[in-house]
Design a protein around this ligand. Structure first.
Ligand code: NOJ
Length: 444
């Protein structure tokens, strides 16, 4: 029997857990970055987040009510290996062990991500992703996690959106660790992350486990047909849709000459071999398409950004273009053909201001429309022959949206910041009904 299509929701440790000092968790780069004045909008603190570390059982009940058959969450590396490398913290693993058992007891497949941006601070202090050793430390951590949970969890995501962690964290300085490096050094960071994925994939596969890599994808169009805009779109596509995908599927980096990089620094013999073919599935995080323009003078980048014309925008200002998800899937299929492994939409969702009615009901018709449009795109792509095996809404509960703090609410469930009370929004019921209908027709 083939496994059922996964209908799920996704979250990440740092965005929901809180309890940053509990049960032996070590500090992460985000713990300290978020304390930098100005780093997080209005100085919002991640210390409590959704208090999921204490309220996880309630959150699993919500998942049960939602009826999903899969839940994507992340393990906090600094909970499992507090100093990044070396001693494993059993108490940290216990937390995920209980979570996994509780999910399985409800027929929900756990889909853990090993790295969702919360690098142990000790590793950053030793050079972080600029150091090759960090890749080895990641593989050791992956092995420890798999040794504990691999008897019950068969599908693992290594990294979440390594491009965002690389660029926002190491080029723009707007995410942890807040570094601003020159382009070649940014590429070194990228390479070490890819190597980390490849080495961890080896560990997971040697234990008979399935390996996914999750990237964010954005189909890109030039603002006009001009040569300069077209070149900009090409450069952006290379960075966004190829840098962390081509090496995994083809064993080679794309041409990075638009970035002034002839050779990616830090690549040693055998590295690309460890990375090639290292994914049994690709996770797609899709939020919106991109329009590229020729760069502003002196920007130092080979592209600029134009406006996606005619599209409504979310509270985050992101254009709503469901067809972009179908385009993304087609782009990957067209580009990689038979080398493309099965696809999973590991994140898709939107942030909107809540409208709480006097009775406490939270109407979010825009989110329902957003999700409806995107699910339809996934289903249409499957009909065109795409091997898409899952769809995960970002996210279950409104949570800590990185540099935006708690300003962006992406949840199907509203979280009252003062009381932590969880209130399912209208989109929660809508998704519950959709999942029920789809899983019933799959069973029929
Ligand atoms: C991608 C990231 O993986 C997740 O952490 C973030 O909250 C969502 N996108 C929304 O920005």
């Amino acid at each position: 029997m083939s496994s059922p299509f996964l209908w799920g929701v996704a979250s990440s440790a740092f965005q929901i857990e809180g309890a940053l000092d509990e049960d032996g968790r070590g500090p992460s780069v985000w713990d300290v970055f978020s304390e930098r004045p100005g780093a997080v909008r209005d100085g919002h603190s991640p210390a409590l987040a959704c208090d999921h570390y204490h309220r996880w059982a309630e959150d699993v009940e919500l998942l049960d009510r939602l009826g999903v058959n899969a839940y994507r969450f992340s393990l906090a590396w600094p909970r499992v290996v507090p100093t990044g490398r070396g001693a494993v913290n059993g108490a940290g693993l216990d937390f995920y062990d209980h979570l996994v058992d509780s999910l399985l007891a409800r027929g929900i497949a756990p889909v853990p991500t090993l790295f969702h941006w919360d690098l142990p601070l000790a590793l950053e202090e030793a050079g972080g992703w600029s150091e090759r050793d960090t890749a080895h430390a990641f593989a050791e951590y992956a092995a420890a996690a798999a040794d504990r949970l691999g008897d019950r969890v068969d599908r693992w995501i290594t990294l979440n959106e390594p491009l965002v962690h690389t660029t926002y964290g190491h080029a723009l300085g707007v995410h942890a660790p807040g570094r601003i490096l020159e382009v070649p050094e940014v590429m070194r960071v990228a390479h070490h992350m890819l190597l980390a994925h490849g080495l961890a994939a080896g560990e997971l596969r040697s234990r008979g486990l399935e390996v996914l890599l999750t990237n964010n994808y954005s189909p890109v169009s030039p603002a006009t047909g001009s040569e300069a805009d077209t070149a900009a779109a090409h450069a952006y596509d290379t960075l966004h849709n190829r840098l962390f995908t081509d090496p995994v599927l083809t064993g080679a980096y794309p041409d990075l000459s638009a970035f002034g990089v002839a050779e990616v620094p830090g690549v040693r013999e055998g590295d690309l071999k460890a990375v090639a073919g290292s994914a049994d599935g690709l996770g797609i995080n899709y939020y919106n398409p991109t329009v590229a323009t020729a760069p502003d003078e002196g920007s130092g980048l080979p592209f600029g950004f134009g406006e996606v014309a005619g599209a409504p925008v979310t509270a985050f200002g992101w254009p709503v273009v469901p067809e972009g998800l179908g385009r993304t899937i087609d782009l990957l299929r067209g580009r990689h053909g038979d080398a493309l492994p099965p696809l999973y939409v590991t994140e898709n969702g939107c942030s909107y201001e809540d409208r709480v009615s006097p009775g406490g009901r939270i109407a979010d018709p825009e989110r329902i429309a957003y999700l409806e449009g995107h699910v339809a795109e996934v289903e249409a792509a499957r009909e065109r022959g795409a091997d898409v095996r899952g769809y995960f809404v970002w996210t279950l509960t409104d949570n800590f949206e990185w540099a935006e703090g708690y300003h962006q609410r992406f949840g199907l469930v509203h979280v009252d910041r003062a009381t932590q009370a969880r209130t399912p929004k209208d989109s929660f019921s809508w998704y519950r009904d959709l999942v029920a209908a789809r899983t019933a027709s799959a069973d029929a």
